[in-house]
Write a protein that binds this ligand. Structure first.
Ligand code: NAI
Ligand code: MG
Length: 334
């Protein structure tokens, strides 16, 4: 997922959008770690989210969109109730058509050796937000196109090929949504023909929700539509230690936006106890995208050691360190 032509460049313009709640805390933690690397990051902070809406009247100001579009990469924390108008819109504005969500157990002794990638279509499905009120209630339209379905299937197979994975599983509900999810499934198998060395199969989303719990080791790469990808990635988080553990990368032809899978977590916001791992791992995905993979691996390695050591981790991981203490401990080992 390297951004083209960025390899030789050692100075990067990063748009930083911490957003709401724990977004502020976990982004600060990730920046603490990025600051320790021998890479020149030029950060520009921008507003978005519930607080921004209260302050400025809009949840996602045009300046923030422009900044994001013109940066080398975007590091995003979380939005609150305005998430649909902020992050879902940003993904669309940046045309980051794929959302990569690795579900990997960093404590294999505790959770088994779970390691699969969710490749989520990021531009359409019910998340186009086309809803209308009707006399009886409301209707939401679900958009599935051949173009986007084939594009995401291609990405998933190419990803499998590049990373040595042997199987790609499509997840849908084509038995009920015959036209829309039916097209997604058909597009998947059309692309699968171009990758005869990679096994392809498909499951309904409801069955997948169970298989993820009963047979998580059977999955290598899951490719799915926007809504199912959103739901299954939180389920994936539940398999490997919670939402504090799962990062994500939104990738398009011209832009990359990196964010934890979790939201603003109002139940723990302001207490300094949010697990920063998901955002630190998102920053690692950003480093990969920028062509700085050696540093991505280094940070990951130290993060995993720190989590397994268990003495400087947040309460969700069984420790009593704060978000920032955990980040500083990781940074001290770099
Ligand atoms: P959430 O992801 O914020 O929290 C779900 C649960 O996981 C909570 O119990 C929370 O304490 C825990 N959790 C999340 N991140 C954690 C971390 N880093 N460390 C430890 N525990 C963590 O989802 P929820 O509660 O459904 O939504 C809260 C708000 O976030 C809502 O306003 C929602 O719209 C927004 N949201 C925003 C997203 C985004 O900006 N990408 C994604 C999901 C929700
Ligand atoms: Mg979600």
């Amino acid at each position: 997922m390297n951004k083209k032509n960025k390899k030789a460049k050692r100075m990067y313009n990063i748009a930083v959008i911490p957003g709401d709640g724990i977004g502020q805390e976990v982004v600060k933690a990730a920046v603490t770690i990025l600051d320790k690397l021998p890479i020149d990051f030029n950060y520009t902070y921008a507003k978005a989210g519930d607080e921004c809406k209260e302050e400025t009247g809009v949840p996602l100001p045009d300046e923030t969109i422009e900044l994001a579009k013109n940066s080398d990469a975007v590091l995003f924390g979380a939005a609150g109730e305005t998430a649909a108008d902020v992050i879902v819109r940003l993904r669309r504005e940046l045309n980051t058509f794929v959302n990569l969500r690795p579900v990997k157990s960093l404590q294999p002794d505790k959770y088994g050796n779970i390691d699969f990638m969710i490749v989520r279509e990021n531009t359409e499905d019910l998340y186009i937000g086309d809803e209308e009120e009707t006399p009886e209630g409301a209707i939401a339209r679900k958009k599935i196109t051949k173009f986007a379905s084939e594009r995401i299937a291609k990405y998933a197979f190419k990803y499998a090929e590049d990373t040595g994975r042997k199987k790609v599983t499509a997840v849908h509900k084509a038995n009920v949504l015959k036209l829309s999810d039916g097209l997604f499934k058909k597009s998947f198998y059309k692309i699968a023909e171009q990758y005869p060395d990679i096994e392809s199969n498909d499951f309904y989303v409801d069955a997948t929700a169970m298989y993820l719990i009963t047979n998580p080791l059977d999955f290598e790469v899951i490719v799915t539509t926007n809504l199912y990808g959103d739901i299954l990635s939180d389920e994936g988080a539940g398999l490997v230690g919670g939402l504090g553990m799962i990062p994500s990368a939104n990738i398009g032809d011209d832009n990359g936006l990196f964010e934890p899978v979790h939201g603003s977590a109002p139940d723990i916001a302001g207490q300094g106890i949010a697990n920063p791992a998901a955002t630190i791992l998102s920053a690692c995905m950003m480093l990969d995208y920028l062509g700085e993979s050696q540093y991505a691996r280094k940070v990951e390695e130290i993060l995993i050691d720190v989590i397994q050591e268990g003495s400087h981790v947040t309460p969700d991981l069984g420790g009593d360190s704060s978000t920032q203490e955990m980040a500083e401990y990781i940074a001290s080992k770099l």
